[in-house]
Design a protein around this ligand. Structure first.
Ligand SMILES: [Zn+2]
Length: 88
């Protein structure tokens, strides 16, 4: 920890050994800075999670459409093209 008043390196001390400045204030400021960055990282993680949720829903929708198409095609093939789903 470098004292902001006299620029003396004080290691892990909470009070400057040279001028007596309370360094824990600086330490608290550093913690706040770190937590704001961590909060931003957490926000990005939450954003990523919501994107994955949307992608999963879209993926399930695509799978359902493809599956229903294949079931329809299978029914058409099994019945020799006699089954129509359009009322004819
Ligand atoms: Zn100092």
């Amino acid at each position: 920890m470098i004292c902001p008043r006299c620029k003396t390196e004080n290691g892990n001390r909470t009070v400057c050994s040279n001028c007596g400045y309370f360094l824990y204030r600086v330490a608290n400021q550093n913690v706040q800075k770190r937590t704001s960055v961590e909060r931003a990282i957490d926000d990005t993680k939450i954003m990523g999670k919501s994107v994955w949720k949307v992608l999963r829903v879209v993926w399930i929708g695509i799978v359902m459409i493809v599956l229903s198409f294949w079931i329809l095609a299978l029914l058409m093939w099994l019945t020799g093209g006699e089954v129509s789903f359009f009322g004819a």
